[in-house]
Design a protein around this ligand. Sequence first.
Ligand code: FE2
Ligand code: ZN
Length: 340
Amino acid sequence: MRKYYMCACFYFKNIYLKNLDVHIEFREKPHFVKTYRKILDENGYNDDEKINKLIAQIEDEVDRRRKLGFDSLQRLKIIEETYRPLHPEIFVFKEFFLSPKFLQLVKCCKDADATFEGVCEYIQELEISRCYVIPVFTDEFCKLFLEEVHHFEQSDAPKGRPNTMNKYGVLLEELGFDPFFTELREQYLKPITSLLYPDLGGGELDSHKVFVVQYKVGEDLDLAYHYDNAEVTLNIALSPKDSYKGGNLYFGAMRTELAVDRYKEIEHQSTAGVLHRGQHMHGAASITSGERFNLILWMRASIVRNKKCPMCDSIPDLVETVGFGDGFTKPETVDVCSVV
Ligand SMILES: [Fe+2]
Ligand SMILES: [Zn+2]
């Protein structure tokens, strides 16, 4: 496999503080206090003791991020050796896991004459710019997959968490699902994203990060307004509609645009996915009862992000890591001996 990297900005940028509901940058205390003075005051962080506690929390998160690659590999190894899956058959990708309508959509997109207009009958266009609902999995697959997620959560296996904003959820690469989603991305999603997002590297997506997020009353209720570290995101609703209330996805402006006055909401349909641009700001409203699981696939195109890291808007400062990292690559070096 090609070697993938992270950008060093991961260690100091986009750190989410739940008690302040804000993403911050942290370099050192004086800079932090000066930059966020207003928001700290507004939230009652007006003495050194409180601020130091908050900084300790930030430093813990930075520490988690620095050890993430190593810790993740360790967990993957332990899970591989000790975890007994409930449904081992779903760990290997099979086409019949996919909804027949999704397969029709993929077939249509693969056609040499495929056009955006031509595939529109297979996707649901939303009022939200470049945001589409597509069929993805079958009911049966979602049911088995959810049972596996529950089984994993109840096991003694070590668990990482998806990101700073989601405390509850499962990192699917640690559970051994990366080959499954590589096949889904390469063979099925790429033909669709090539047509819908050619300008964002939709035809050249070469890595991903995939995780399940869980919302439950008493645990994570909602997801703050944010953007993704992805060129294109697919967010699939796994839970049956009658198993929870609330929790709609909402979208605002693109990251670089001015804030919007009104968010647009989507009521997510079970087994279907919402496709959107990673830089399109969004969040999830609070659920009011039950429990909801969503599968999030962040798809990345190194050809796009190598030019500018979407999290710091600079040429990425590459840091070695494991697996797909954050999807950055170094230019391939040509083996001169093989060029004759
Ligand atoms: Fe997101
Ligand atoms: Zn960066």
